[in-house]
Design a protein around this ligand. Structure first.
Ligand SMILES: Cc1cc2nc3c(=O)[nH]c(=O)nc-3n(C[C@H](O)[C@H](O)[C@H](O)COP(=O)(O)O)c2cc1C
Length: 175
């Protein structure tokens, strides 16, 4: 798949084939691609915790509530993206320029992970609705939990029509 094909094929997967495990080569490919994600000052101010088995079930449950993310514990793998400290130069830039580079870095990381998962034929979903305290406890982390990504084989691979703003609304030009 080239990048355009990956972008067209990636969609949030909210129903997983719970009986089908993810091959470790595929998970490794995702993690290797995640390693290549760019970040401010190349600081990579994040950590990825791979959750499987009981931990995956518990983290999935910690992403549920008010009827949201009920599917989260059906995925065989959950990746927890937590914050790490900025490197000094990025911390300086963030302060002087009042820009939250770390959130941008974690967003780009999530984009790389979901793109590679798609290229590997897997379904995935980014979860921002999560219980920070519970996930810290389950994963033994002492840092803000920013995103969780569910990964597994989709129960239904039908591609949905993408609903997006038209380019006319999204893009403008100045000369
Ligand atoms: C930062 C972020 C947080 C999200 N949180 C959730 C979530 O908690 N639960 C969920 O089902 N989808 C979540 N999504 C998925 C979006 O709803 C989804 O990407 C968007 O509606 C576009 O649909 P698509 O991914 O199928 O193209 C999140 C996406 C992003 C980027």
């Amino acid at each position: 798949m080239n990048f355009t094909e990956i972008a067209n094929n990636r969609q949030s997967c909210r129903a997983y084939d719970s009986g089908r495990a993810v091959e470790s080569e595929k998970l490794n490919a995702i993690l290797e691609t995640a390693r290549l994600a760019p970040s401010a000052c190349n600081g990579q101010p994040y950590h990825i915790t791979v959750c499987r088995g009981e931990a995956a079930k518990k983290v999935g449950e910690a992403c549920m509530g008010m009827g949201i993310n009920r599917f989260a514990s059906d995925a065989p793998i959950l990746l927890v993206l937590s914050e790490q400290d900025y490197v000094k130069t990025a911390a300086f830039g963030a302060k002087v320029k009042k820009n939250d580079y770390r959130s941008l870095d974690i967003g780009i990381l999530a984009a790389y992970i979901t793109a590679e998962a798609t290229a590997q034929g897997l379904g995935c979903c980014i979860l921002g609705w999560l219980n920070d305290g519970k996930i810290r406890e389950i994963c033994g982390l002492n840092a803000p939990i920013r995103l969780v990504i569910t990964i597994g084989y989709a129960a239904d691979e039908t591609l949905r029509e993408k609903k997006r703003k038209p380019l006319s609304e999204l893009v403008s030009e100045v000369e």
